[in-house]
Design a protein around this ligand. Structure first.
Ligand code: FE2
Length: 240
């Protein structure tokens, strides 16, 4: 029978085998600084039982002007390095889109955006206030067939359980950052993460790993009770 709990060799802890959110393409966002850094982080994630990475560089019009071409070229380089170093891991790339008026305009103009799996589009918003066009963006992107995945809902200052429920009702899937459960960011973020798990509203877990510190934090978080509780949810990571 299919088992959701496969044991990894190093930690002997249950793990999700596919990670859908990370910043591992060297030098194109605030994640891995160079290729050595990227390989070291990937080895650390492998120790956490991850066998497939869908890495998601930032696309943010004012700061990280990454394009599908830049991302795919960097993915090609990373795959070559992994092969050279004989590091076995499956790796794909999509993006973490920052929701600003530029992205909203791209959707209205029907420009093709980077997705993964079942046309999942990972996006984030600013951390302080809900964008005034969030609901219009959701409507138009969904109409075009994208399955929206909101990155780390627990981290937004404006997020409440009723807002999260409203997003779910609009068809938005929610991706929790696993390390939020270990209070990596703050206690209030940890609390919101726990509440979202209690409500069973989380569809994906992601490491959102940018560096070695966060990779090490992921290993620690895997020992948390709430991580085990999250693994009992019907997470879509398992379908990828
Ligand atoms: Fe991220």
């Amino acid at each position: 029978m299919f088992s959701i709990f496969k044991r990894n060799s190093t930690e002997q802890l249950p793990s999700l085998h596919c990670d859908i959110h990370s910043h591992l393409l060297a030098g194109i966002d605030d994640g891995a600084k160079n290729w050595d850094d990227a390989l070291a982080i990937i080895l650390e994630l492998k120790k956490c039982g991850i066998t497939k990475l869908i890495t998601t560089p930032h696309i943010m019009s004012d700061v990280y002007r990454n394009t599908p071409e830049i991302i795919h070229e960097n993915l090609r380089m990373l795959k070559e390095l992994l092969a050279e170093q004989k590091i076995e891991i499956e790796i794909e790339a999509a993006a973490e889109y920052y929701l600003d008026e530029h992205l909203y305009r791209q959707v209205l103009d029907k420009q093709r955006l980077l997705t993964f799996g079942n046309n999942y589009l990972l996006f984030e918003t600013n951390f302080l206030s809900e964008p005034y066009f969030l609901k219009d963006f959701i409507f138009h992107a969904s109409t075009q067939g994208y399955q929206l995945v909101l990155a780390h809902p627990e981290r937004y200052g404006y997020m409440t359980l009723s807002k999260a429920e409203d997003l779910k009702n609009r068809g938005v899937l929610l991706q929790l950052n696993t390390i939020s459960l270990n209070a990596f960011y703050s206690r209030p973020i940890q609390k919101m993460a726990q509440q979202l798990i209690d409500k069973e509203w989380i569809n994906f877990l992601g490491s959102d790993c940018h560096n070695m510190l966060q990779a090490a934090e992921l290993a620690k978080t895997m020992k948390q009770k709430y991580y085990q509780k999250a693994l009992a949810l019907p997470l879509l990571n398992r379908t990828l």
